[in-house]
Design a protein around this ligand. Structure first.
Ligand code: SAM
Length: 308
């Protein structure tokens, strides 16, 4: 498969795990719903494989959701705007970043956000307690070159235009629209620093509320996939989802963390994926070869197989 376009650098993007995660998408999905879309890596990768008829891309972070819409619906204008902002950084690129940041905090113009994400440290958004974007520039890089950005923007637009709706709602409002023919993929903000404050994203969520929302989805027979906790070596990050939700738990081998390698530790990071009962029923029904995996580990480089 040709490489998948990615205009938005975003901390926690699932682009490297997309191939493995999408193995659990059944055939015939009507709408793929991403309530915590971030960079929309999963919707983009799913569209590249034509796994759903339509897509719903949502993120509570309004400039981010709006940026995704502009990329898809107005690729020419969005690429040109980026090029102009990028080209204006020549003499004093650090000062330029801070000026754009101030401008963005003032106007919330999503097109400025694209430059900030491309230029800040590892695409990792940071917000202060007033909700203002306060991440610093990466001093060693100038951010994605305009020609590369244009290719990525045009690529994403070609994949999602005409079949995607965008919104910026709380995830619960989005989940309320899900139907049994849809598939919901959820990647909520990291736990640990949660509650509803998380400087690493625009907002955090409560574990208890999230579990209640999954109970509702179960009651309606909705198919869903959740990326949630993870572990490195023996250390578990975040709370596990309760067994009462009847989910199939899979651990994805996300490789050795650079931090562990630096510290001389030989620890692999595993990311948890949970499949809803309605989804595993669909997968089992469609393929006699499919046996729902229970806490199995899959290496990232395993060949993708679709159960359909
Ligand atoms: C871990 S990131 C998702 C990353 C995404 N999977 C990707 O590949 O880029 C979680 C996202 O949830 C969003 N978010 C936080 N609280 C939310 C809420 N209550 N409803 C919807 N989105 C929310 C954050 O703005 C953030 O972009």
């Amino acid at each position: 498969m040709k490489s998948i376009p990615h205009p938005i650098q975003y901390q926690g993007s699932k682009r490297n795990l997309a191939t493995v995660i999408l193995r659990y998408v059944p055939k015939g999905v009507n709408c793929m719903i991403e309530p915590f879309a971030g960079s929309a890596a999963i919707s983009i990768a799913a569209a590249a494989r034509q796994l759903a008829k339509t897509y719903l891309v949502n993120d509570l972070n309004k400039p981010l959701a709006e940026l995704l819409r502009l990329i898809v619906e107005f690729p020419v204008e969005t690429a040109l705007f980026y090029e102009q902002v990028w080209n204006a950084q020549h003499d004093d690129s650090i000062e330029h970043f801070y000026r754009v940041r101030e401008d963005f905090n003032h106007t919330q113009d999503p097109r400025l956000f694209l430059y900030l994400l491309a230029r800040c440290v590892k695409g990792s958004v940071r917000y202060n307690s007033n909700g203002l974007f306060n991440q610093s520039p990466d001093k060693r890089r100038f951010g994605t070159r305009p020609e590369t950005m244009r290719t990525n923007i045009f690529g994403v637009s070609a994949l999602l235009k005409g079949k995607t709706r965008f919104s910026s709602l709380d995830y619960k409002a989005v989940l309320a629209t899900a139907q049994t023919s849809d598939l919901v993929y959820m990647d909520p903000p990291y736990q640990g620093v949660c509650g509803d404050k998380d400087s690493r994203y625009f907002s955090g969520i409560s574990h208890t509320d999230f579990v209640a929302a999954l109970e509702d989805l179960n009651a309606k027979g909705i198919s869903y996939i959740v990326s949630y906790d993870g572990r490195r070596g023996d250390k578990i990050f975040g709370e596990l989802l309760p067994t009462s939700l009847d989910l199939t738990h899979i651990e994805l081998d996300a490789g050795r963390s650079s931090q562990s390698t630096l510290l001389g530790r030989d620890e692999v990071t595993y990311e948890s994926l949970y499949l809803s009962q309605a989804l595993t029923d669909k997968l089992a029904h469609k393929s006699a070869d499919y046996h729902p995996p229970r806490a199995q580990q899959f290496a990232l480089l395993e060949p993708a197989a679709h159960y359909a």
